[in-house]
Design a protein. Structure first.
Length: 566
């Protein structure tokens, strides 16, 4: 089955049923969704679910999906994040066409709606401090207290709001609040703040504004301005839906929106993956504390980091399809994501040979100047991809773990006097080995059986239980290879103890080795993907690779190696 983003997943879910019912009943004539991230950081794996869901639903039903940046907090937003968000959405395989919007596009309209709310008695300027507003808000079991400014005359609130807009007051002097119900059991309806003063330079509007709307105010109105039919959010916004509906209804009463075509909000369960954190605060903490090198460190759960590690857009889309969509929160084991990446990479990654921990092997009956070319398949399931040649010489590198002086039970690789097949080449018999002063094996010696070459008539005459890979010592490419593991040792970092979540970090989340690679890998281009036989799937690092000197990152092992770990 193709992994094209335009091909809808087969499994159905409650959001599809809602949309199909709305279309059948004529409540909507076109499906319009949106993906509205804040440009205050890089997108993470959780965003991939929302992106695939919103863009996928619009594609399935012949509608459109908008990309809207919720840029209402200038103190934390940067153009760098805007650019990164756009690049990640495109990398996942989706495009918004002409429907690229910003909340800042609507600052004038949002201000006009606030004026209308004040004039209708649905909003007021509150002059309490932030601490006073917080303490008077009440608790889940105790009603809040009305602000002493709640009954401020409309014209006085309106005049203060204009002066806030004009920049006459410092940050925190006043806020604009909705007038709803301070006794509501839903904390979001206890006169929520709609606007606050913030004297900060905005990445798009500069210093044109010094008051900025809150997300719960800008989000529903922006949806309405854009004609969004289905506003699809994660479950943490379920308690915000009454405010969403209240705002739209009040602004429609003022004649600034069409009451018959207001958007509706629906919630789905967010993505919760084991062995990582998706909190933006914690991700920033990992960067600032030096645990990782940045947003694109391949151990980070950001889309830009996943791309650098070698994860594929098709793998993410396959993963989102596999886990489905529901209304109840749950945890997905990280191995499910790795499995989806592994399945896709198995099909698309050419095979290559790399020796990660080289041990020299000298073949005594091969002349020193001899060079023989052995053929190796580029992919066992794609014969149309052809073959490549690997030089076979007197001196080779094999994996250190492929030799054992005193073999344990079930060890079928190279041992003193034992035989093993050198993959794509000959059967070899070990004739001896050398150690250094520390007692470490530094060289293996052996002899090949010249009539045992792979593919020859005599290849089947030699029955051996093991086969090992190798590269030519003199023609190999020495390269840095980074072996990545999970960033945390616990499935739910920070849970179950009072310490910092960083106490659960995996000290072996990255291991750097200097490997010997087959010669063809010298010309690997940034983001070229391969399967290194026996070791897993690797990608040429898109940041640190140089012409003729690639650096490789391991994307995922050939099989899940964490199934028995706690």
């Amino acid at each position: 089955m193709s992994d094209s983003p335009s091909q809808a997943p087969e499994a159905s879910h409650f959001l599809r049923h809602i949309i199909e019912d709305d279309l059948a009943a004529g409540r909507v004539s076109a499906v319009v969704t949106r993906f509205p991230p804040e440009p205050n950081g890089y997108l993470h794996f959780g965003h991939a679910k929302s992106i695939c869901l919103n863009f996928g639903l619009a594609q399935r039903y012949g509608g459109r999906c908008h990309l809207r940046l919720d840029d209402t907090n200038p103190a934390k937003e940067e153009q760098e994040y805007v650019d990164a968000i756009e690049a990640s959405v495109r990398w996942l395989g989706f495009d918004w066409g002409e429907h690229h919007h910003f909340a800042s596009d609507y600052f004038d309209r949002l201000f006009a709606c606030a004026e209308a709310l004040i004039q209708a008695g649905h909003a007021y300027v509150d002059s309490q401090s932030a601490d006073e507003i917080r303490s008077n808000r009440g608790t889940l079991t105790q009603a809040g207290q009305n602000s002493p400014f709640r009954d401020r005359p409309v014209q006085e609130s309106l005049a203060l709001f204009y002066r806030m807009r004009a920049g006459e007051f410092p940050d925190g002097a006043h806020v604009l609040r909705a007038k709803i119900d301070m006794a509501s059991p839903n904390m979001n309806l206890r006169d929520p703040v709609l606007y606050r003063i913030r004297h900060s330079e905005h990445h798009r509007t500069g210093s044109a504004w010094c008051i900025y709307p809150l997300y719960d105010y800008a989000h529903p109105l922006s949806d309405a301005f854009e004609g969004i039919s289905h506003s699809i959010c994660t479950l943490e916004f379920e308690d915000h839906r009454p405010l969403y509906d209240w705002l739209l209804a009040r602004v429609a009463e003022a004649g600034l929106l069409r009451a018959e075509s207001l958007p509706r909000q629906y919630e789905f369960a967010r993505l919760n993956l084991t062995y990582l954190v998706l909190s933006k605060r914690k991700l920033v903490d990992l960067i600032e504390s030096g645990v990782v090198s940045g947003w694109d460190d391949p151990r980070m759960p950001t889309l830009v980091a996943g791309r650098r590690r070698g994860y594929t857009p098709e793998g993410f889309r396959r993963f989102i399809e596999q886990i489905g969509v529901s209304k109840s929160d749950g945890w997905i084991d990280y191995s499910v994501l790795e499995g989806c990446m592994r399945e896709h990479l198995n099909d698309i990654a050419p095979r290559r040979v790399a020796v990660l921990d080289p041990l020299r092997l000298v073949i005594e009956n091969v002349p020193e100047d001899a060079v023989e070319l052995c053929e190796a398949s580029n992919h066992p399931h794609h014969p149309e991809w052809g073959v490549r040649t690997m030089p076979f010489t007197r001196e080779l590198f094999i994996e250190r773990e492929d030799f054992m002086e005193v073999p344990t039970k079930g060890f079928f690789r190279l041992t003193p006097g034992g035989r093993v097949r050198l993959k794509y080449a000959y059967v070899l018999e070990c004739t001896g080995f050398s150690k250094n002063a520390a007692g470490e094996v530094i060289e293996i010696r052996g002899r090949i059986f010249e009539d045992s070459r792979s593919g020859s008539a005599g290849a089947d005459l030699y029955k051996v239980k093991g086969a090992i890979h190798w590269v030519c010592a003199h023609h190999s490419v020495r390269a840095e290879v980074r072996l990545y593991d999970r960033l945390f040792l616990r499935s739910n970092p920070g849970a179950g103890h009072e310490g910092d979540f960083k106490d659960d970090l995996n000290p072996h989340s990255m291991t750097v080795v200097h490997a010997a690679l087959e010669p063809s890998l010298k010309d690997a281009q940034p983001e070229d993907r391969f399967q290194f036989e026996r070791h897993g799937y690797f990608i040429a690092d898109g940041v640190d690779s140089r012409p003729g000197a690639p650096v490789f990152n391991r994307t995922v092992t050939l099989k899940d190696s964490w199934t028995s770990k706690p």
